[in-house]
Design a protein around this ligand. Structure first.
Ligand SMILES: [Fe+2]
Length: 158
């Protein structure tokens, strides 16, 4: 099995995704679903190709698939989800054949994905794609959303 599919078939990952779907069932704002993870992955990959960054596709997908997985911990225990996601990602990546260097890059990107100025290129890609994946321009809850105006997408970015 390839590495990306090892992540999505990981039993802990699947359990957390199922729990997250239940916890966000009645959420009025953007949810953290598999659609969001794949939208983020695809935008990251397109941006990487457009900028000739030569980041491997399965590193990008791992980063996007795991970046919000700690939301469950945030909802239940109050721990910031970027920290929880980085810890969970570390465990799942270890059993999905990622190298120590790749795990370090991915977990660092996840840890800093809420900060605009992450000093790692994967983190910059993740920050941008995470925002670009959201459809603020046609969202009914936009006016009540806590995101800063500068983070919201009021236009389609070409
Ligand atoms: Fe996200």
């Amino acid at each position: 099995m390839d590495r990306v599919n090892k992540i999505i078939h990981n039993s802990r990952y699947q359990k957390l995704i199922a729990e997250l779907n239940i916890l966000e069932k009645d959420r009025q704002f953007c949810t953290h679903s598999m659609e969001h993870f794949l939208d983020t992955a695809r935008i990251m990959y397109i941006t990487s190709l457009e900028n000739n960054l030569k980041i491997s596709k399965d590193v990008i997908y791992a980063c996007a698939l795991l970046h919000d997985i700690g939301r469950v911990t945030e909802y239940k225990q109050g721990k910031p989800h970027n920290e929880a996601s980085a810890e969970i990602a570390n465990e799942i990546l270890k059993v999905s054949d990622y190298s120590d260097k790749e795990i370090n890059d991915i977990t660092k990107a996840i840890l800093f994905h809420r900060a605009k100025d992450c000093d790692n290129i994967l983190g910059k890609l993740l920050y941008k794609a995470d925002k670009q994946s959201r459809l603020c321009f046609c969202c009914e809850a936009e006016s009540e959303c806590y995101w800063d105006k500068e983070k919201k997408n009021f236009d389609i970015i070409l």
